[in-house]
Design a protein around this ligand. Structure first.
Ligand code: SF4
Length: 455
């Protein structure tokens, strides 16, 4: 009995469940996801993902709704964007700057090879020149006062100056200009004389005579000083034996010296012999021109050849100093100051840090606004001074000037009036009180009368 009652109650519960589902079940029904569930229009409009069918907590639901809305907007925006780009780009958007590196083209007909310089190179070059000029962001770089070409003793003989230039260039590789200048100062002041009574300082004889250990001590601050000591001693012997104690005046001769590469040779030839036959490309010139996209080269020697293929020859000497200074003062290898750099601010440098440039532009705008305000204040002050002549003691002067002007005008008018009156009087009275005009008329009448009588 008991078993049958339980069975009956269980059966009743099942019946209830199948015939009258609870409202809660109906709202959260998963029946439509069951296999073979009939499809109805209402089901069709429901989202197909099971996660969408189960109601989410409020926060999640809101987030989801926003995400859906965003997705819709995004897709619409993307569609619109394409259309806007096509329609508006010619007038409203600045055309994308074409940046091309140096390239070689061959004329199909003549077969002539032509080298096209990089895009915008002249604008960039002039911007660097401005930055390197007094008042510019890269003015006063270390190279301007301590560059290799400035470290020779100008009071020494030309031959010694050339030798000193060569030594400063040999010391400069992998070394900061300031450090190099310090080492050169020690050599010039402390290098002992090669014989009693001779002058101390940096010259070929003293280098030949100095102990390598002492020379190494004097230049210990520069990079690779051990190797440089060795190269300097060897080069000094070559100069003595092969070059009559002077430095070579050719690139081949200079590069034949130990520790002297093309960069040093071209710079040395320019500075010591005042002959520019190539560009001195150091790490700054190599790094910066590649960064600008002027060429894509692997080492300074490739960069030199690339630059020489298109850069006008009158720039070959100065470009080294310009770019070295830029690299030292603004375009630093780490922490470049793009916000101070004209190239970045004018959109000429493809490697510019956009954030720094934006900050720089903002700062410039603030400075401009400040200047405008100051000018307005000055103009206002000037206006106040103008309206208040007492401040300048003009209260006495102005009336007196006006008096002079009035008197002058009055005198002029009086003089004119008197003159007119005199002329009128003269015309009216003429000779014997008869007007000259009237007298002439009478004369004409008399002549006509005589003519008629004769006829
Ligand atoms: S990277 Fe920056 S600092 Fe260097 S040239 Fe470009 S804009 Fe100037």
């Amino acid at each position: 009995m008991r078993t049958s009652r339980v069975s009956r109650e269980t059966a009743r519960l099942f019946d209830n469940a199948s015939t009258s589902p609870s409202p809660r079940r109906s709202t959260r029904s998963l029946a439509r996801f069951s296999y073979g569930a009939p499809s109805s229009p209402s089901v069709k409009n429901e989202p197909a993902d099971i996660e969408d069918a189960v109601s989410l907590p409020r926060a999640k639901r809101i987030k989801r709704e926003h995400a859906d809305a965003d997705a819709t907007i995004k897709s619409e925006t993307e569609d619109v964007k394409v259309e806007v780009k096509d329609e508006e780009s010619p007038g409203t958007k600045a055309p994308r700057r074409q940046r091309k590196p140096v390239r070689t083209t061959t004329d199909r007909i003549t077969g002539q090879v032509k080298v096209e310089p990089p895009s915008d190179w002249e604008a960039m070059y002039e911007a660097v020149r401005r930055m390197r000029a007094p008042g510019g962001a890269a003015y006063g770089a270390a190279v301007d006062t301590m560059g290799c070409e400035r470290l020779a003793d100008r009071s020494a003989s030309p031959k010694d100056q050339r030798f000193q230039t060569l030594i400063s260039l040999m010391l400069s590789s992998q070394t900061k200009d300031t450090t190099n200048a310090g080492a050169m100062a020690r050599l010039r002041n402390e290098l002992p004389p090669h014989k009693p009574g001779a002058a101390k300082g940096l010259n070929l004889d003293n280098i030949l005579a100095v102990e390598p250990r002492l020379l190494n001590e004097l230049i210990w601050a520069v990079g690779f000083h051990n190797n440089k000591t060795k190269y300097i001693k060897q080069a000094a012997e070559i100069l003595r034996d092969k070059w009559n104690g002077d430095i070579p005046d050719t690139i081949e001769g200079l590069t034949s010296l130990p520790g002297v590469g093309p960069k040093m040779a071209y710079l040395c030839l320019s500075v010591a012999w005042n002959r520019t036959e190539g560009i001195g490309v150091d790490v700054h010139v190599h790094r910066i021109t590649n960064m600008w996209g002027w060429q894509k080269t692997k080492n300074p020697e490739e960069t030199r050849l690339s630059l020489q293929s298109w850069l006008p020859k009158d720039r070959w000497r100065e470009i080294n100093g310009l770019l070295v200074g830029l690299g030292q003062a603004v375009c630093l290898p780490v922490g470049s100051k793009c916000g101070d750099c004209e190239l970045g601010l004018k959109g000429l440098c493809k490697a510019a840090d956009r954030k720094k440039v934006a900050e720089g532009l903002k700062r410039l705008k603030l400075e401009d606004d400040e200047n405008v305000k100051l000018e307005n204040i000055k103009a206002e002050e000037a206006g106040i001074v103008k309206q208040d002549p007492q401040q300048n003691g003009l209260d006495d002067v102005k009336p007196s000037l006006e008096n002079v002007k009035t008197e002058s005008i009055e005198n002029g008018e009086q003089a004119v009036t008197t003159s007119i009156k005199k002329e009128e009087k003269h015309e009216t009275n003429g000779i014997n009180g008869v007007s000259p005009v009237k007298k002439e008329e009478e004369s004409v009448k008399r002549d006509v009368k005589v003519k008629i009588e004769e006829d």
